[in-house]
Design a binder for this molecule. Sequence first.
Ligand code: ADP
Ligand code: MG
Length: 617
Amino acid sequence: MSDIIQLLPDHVANQIAAGEVVQRPASVIKELLENSIDANATRIQVVIKDAGKTLVQIIDDGIGMSLTDARMSFERHATSKIKLADDLFSLKTKGFRGEALASIAAIAHVELRTKTENDEVGTCLKVEGSQVVSQDACVTPKGTNICVKNLFYNIPARRNFLKSDNVETRHIIDEFQRVAFAHPNISFSLTHNGSELFQLPITNFRQRITNILGGKTNEKLVPVEEDTEIVKISGFVGKPEFAKKSRGEQFFFVNDRFIKSAYLNHAVTASFEGLLKDKSYPSYFLYLEVDPKSIDINIHPTKTEIKFDDEHALYAILKSSIKHSLGQFNVAPILDFERDSGLDTPYDYKNKDADAPQVEVDRNFNPFQTENNFKAQYSGGGNYKREKPAEWESLYSGMHSETDTDIDIRQVEFESEEVTGNLFGAKEEQTEKSTFQVQKKYIVSTLKSGILVIDQHRAHTRVLYEELLKNITVSSAVSQQLLFPLRLQFNSHEVEMLKEIKDSLEQTGFVFSAINNAEVEISGIPTLISESEVEILLEQLLADFEKDVPDNGFSQTDLLAKSLANSMAVRSGTLLNSTEQQHIVNRLFACKEPALSPFNKTVFTTLSVDELDKKFA
Ligand code: ADP
Ligand code: MG
C-alpha cells in the first residue's frame, strides 16, 4: 500500500488554527488590540460595523511594520516577540505565538496599511483566505491600520453560529473594556455603526475606571496598595454598600493582562466578610504585578485562567491588603446592613412594658370562596387610601373581575413601615382580623377545614408576576409621569442590555426618554413602583438578564416579569398590617396559579383539622 500521510496545505492548517483563536468578532478585537499595545501604540481606535460581523477595524500609532515584516506577519508562527526559547520566561508582550494574524487572514478579508517611522511610504496588503491578493506602496501615517471584513465568509457554519448583533456587541465591549482598564496610558475609542460608544483619553487608573463605567464610579472606589517581594498590588475595590447584584464588575489584571481566578476572587470576597448583603458581589479592579517567571506563560490565547507559583501567599497578601484598605478608609464601621426595623424601639417607649399583640382569627375565612364573599368580608378593613383610583383601575383592566377588589397594591408594599412600633403604642383600632403574620414571613389564615400558611414574598411575587405578564403581553400598563426625569448611570454593557429589553419594559409602564452611552433618562415609571426603587430594580433586572440571556421574545418577557415581580414583591422580614395581609391573600387566590411562585416554589401549605387532630391524639 502506498503512503497516505500528507502535510495539510497552509490555508487548511490556518483555518483549523483559526477555529481555536477566533471564536467571534470579539476575539479579533482582543488579538488586534494586543498587537497594537505590543507595538507601543499610544492611541488606538476601534471601528466596528454590524457587531464586527461586517467590519472590525483597528487603527494604531505604534511602530508599524516594514514591507517584509508586513508580509511575514501573516505567516503562521511568525512573531517578532520571541527569538529564543528562554525568552518565554521573561515575556513582557501579550502575543508571542505568531498565530493571530495568520488565523484571522484565513477566515476573513483583511486589509493592512502600515508604516514605520523611518520609511517614506507605507505598505498596503490585501489578504483573503490566506492568499495575498494585492500588495502596494501607499501613503499612510506611522502605525498600523488593519481592517478585518466579512469574518467567517468562507466558513458559513461558523458565521451562522454567531449570536445576535446585541450579544456579539456585548462580547466586544467586554474585551474592549478589559484591555482599556489595564492600559490607562493609552487612549482608546470604540465606534459601532457610526456611533461612538467610548472615547477614553490617556489618564490614571482611577479616572479610566470612572470613564468606562461612568458617572459616580469615582466615589465608590477604595484604593488598595501593597508592595511585597512576591507581588505588587494596586487598584481599587468598590465600597461594600455599592456591591452589585451580579459579578459584572470584577477584574483582575496580572502584568496588564485581564485574567479570571476563582481562587483570588475568593480572597477578595473573604476580605469583605460581614460587610456584604447576601447575594451581592463586591466590585474590584485589581492590578497585580508579578515576576513573569512565577506564572505559567503557556496559557492558551483565548483562555483567561493563569497559574501562579505561589498561589497561597498571593491569596493571603491580597486578602489582608484589601481588609486593611477597607478599615483604613473607614468603610467598615459605618455599615449596618439588614437592620431589622421591627426591632427598633421608639425612644419614648423604651421604659414601657410591651403589650402583647392581639391576634384575632376569623374562623369563617376561606380563600377559596368567591369574589363577593371576599368583598363582603374585607370591605370593613379599608384603612388604606385610594390615591388615584382611575389610574390604577385601568392598570388592571382586562383582568379577571375577581381581581378587581379594592386594593391598591402599592399600599401593600409601602405602608408597612408605618405599623412598626405598634407593639408598644396605643392599641391599633381593631379591625376585623382574619390573618396574622408569623416571623414577618408567613401569613397565617384559617380555613373551614384547617389552617392556611402563605409565604408572603412568594405570594406577592406570584400576584405581581401575573399582572406584569398581562401588562406586557395584552394591555399596556399605565405609567406615572415623573415631574423631573430620572437620570441613571449604567455602564455601556448594561446600556446595551437595556436597549434590548426596552420595548418590553415600556409595556410595563417605563418611559425611556433617552438612552445614550452611560446614562439612561426615564420620564415615566410603572404605577406599581416608587421612584426611589427604580435604580435597584433595574440593576437586579440587568443582573438577571446577564445570568440567563433569553434567546427569544417569549422567554424575554417571562424573565422580565419574573425579575420585576421578584424585586417588587414584599420581602420576608417586612411587617404587614392586617389589611396588607388580607390583600395579598385575596389577590393570590385570584391568580391563575396561586400554588406556585413564578420560580416554581410552593406558595402556601395547609394543615387540615384532621392532621391537627392526629397531632393531639
Ligand atoms: P504575535 O502577536 O503572537 O507575535 P500575531 O500574528 O498577532 O502574532 O502578529 C505577528 C507579528 O506581526 C507580530 O509579532 C508583530 O511583529 C507584527 N504585528 C502585528 N500587529 C502589529 C501592529 N499593530 N503593529 C506593528 N506590528 C504588528
Ligand atoms: Mg498578536
